[in-house]
Write a protein that binds this ligand. Structure first.
Ligand code: NDP
Ligand code: OXD
Length: 337
């Protein structure tokens, strides 16, 4: 049995080293090295080259080494095999921490404080309590639930929006009866009575209208592409204690229209933003987003895929699969996530 590592844009060495340690007696090979395509049973991949997976006749399972599968599903030659995506405590807590960091950054008006510091100005800014600030989580899956829970624990008024509006995590993606041992803590916390969940198209307008800080954790699908445009941003709350609405996008750049975000910042629809993801990555050096005084740009590193944690996660999946326990976190290709 061969596990083929097919990750582009990443250093393959720590992944290969970790997989080889965890899967002794198996062949673990990088896609750039020579290998026998007929021997490949599993692929662990991130943005694999087009056509690569289609050329593996005995492929059983595709393991996507991140949470989002939009890049993988964009390959028209992708073979009809189960795709398992990452739902893991390591990835989840990285995203939770990023979201908490940036919500607090905007809540505590760090742009204005940094500006005041540059001017040596001992500025007096009023400080709304978290209880006065309404955070909205757009996309209430594994990552959105963990982030939402942490923010609610800090006292923010948290609500969420998802396709289904379900308060409990979906179980439809789980093929196994028992959770992976390493999933404990990764499974999404229940919404709880303190997080209202809005659902579907009808729920979007009321959700936006009560949102001061919007956190985007949606997958990129045919339905969500370009969702965050001028009209969408105009739907955000105008009466919040921060003096304007805030956008934090750590989902995918294809969800947003960057020209509309810049226009919304200029006309006061948006007070400030944190963007981790962009329509085109890396963000063009000439993009005005880099220098905008009220925008934080991070280089798609809200939640990095850690080889130590995630190779172990995939190796455990393979062990469970071979023991007949099935697969969990299998992507629904029809929905696109
Ligand atoms: P999940 O699949 O667990 O959750 C997705 C959520 O989005 C669900 O609540 C789902 O609704 C909702 N959703 C999907 N489509 C729609 C729609 N058309 N309308 C409304 N809601 C919708 O994903 P994760 O939480 O694990 O990850 C979310 C995304 O975060 C990833 O797809 C990826 O793009 C991004 N990501 C970014 C990273 C970074 O470093 N910047 C790192 C990791 C992930 P429902 O609950 O009804 O199914
Ligand atoms: C992911 C990502 O989807 O890192 O995991 O973007």
């Amino acid at each position: 049995m061969t596990l083929l590592l097919a990750a582009t844009g990443w250093n393959a060495d720590p992944w290969l080293e970790r997989f080889r340690r965890l899967l002794p007696g198996r062949t673990v090979v990088d896609f750039r090295a020579p290998y026998d395509p007929a021997a490949v049973r599993y692929v662990a991949c991130w943005k694999p080259p087009r056509d690569l997976l289609a050329a593996l006749p005995n492929l059983a399972v595709i393991f996507n080494l991140g949470a989002g599968v939009d890049a993988l599903l964009a390959d028209p030659t992708l073979p009809d095999r189960p795709i398992v995506r990452i739902v893991n405590p390591d990835l989840t807590s990285r995203m939770r921490d990023y979201v908490v960091l940036h919500v607090l950054y905007h809540h505590r008006r760090m742009h204005r404080l940094a500006d005041a510091q540059r001017r040596h100005d001992w500025v007096d800014l009023d400080q709304p309590a978290p209880e006065a600030v309404r955070v909205g989580i757009l996309g209430f899956g594994a990552l959105g639930r963990a982030a939402g829970r942490a923010l609610a624990d800090l006292g923010f008024q948290v609500a969420a929006w998802s396709r289904s509006g379900a308060t409990e995590p979906s179980t439809t993606r789980s093929g196994a009866t028992e959770p992976l041992s390493s999933r404990s803590g990764a499974t999404e916390p229940a919404a709880g009575a303190d997080i209202a969940v809005f659902g579907g198209a009808a729920g979007l307008a009321p959700f936006l209208a009560r949102t001061d800080i919007l956190v985007v954790l949606l997958p990129l699908t045919a339905e969500t592409r370009g969702l965050i445009d001028r009209a969408f941003l105009r739907g955000l709350a105008k009466d919040g204690p921060l003096g304007g609405a805030v956008l934090i996008n750590a989902g995918r750049g294809g969800l947003q229209v960057e020209a509309d975000i810049l226009a919304a910042l200029d006309d006061g629809t948006l007070l400030s933003a944190t963007l981790d993801v962009f329509e085109k990555e890396p963000l063009d050096a000439a993009s005005p987003l880099w220098d905008h005084p009220r925008v934080v740009v991070t280089p798609h590193n809200a939640a990095d895929s850690d080889p130590e944690a995630l190779a172990a996660h995939v190796a455990e999946h393979i062990g469970r699969y071979e023991a007949g326990l099935g697969l969990v976190d299998v992507v629904d290709r029809g929905r696109g996530y």
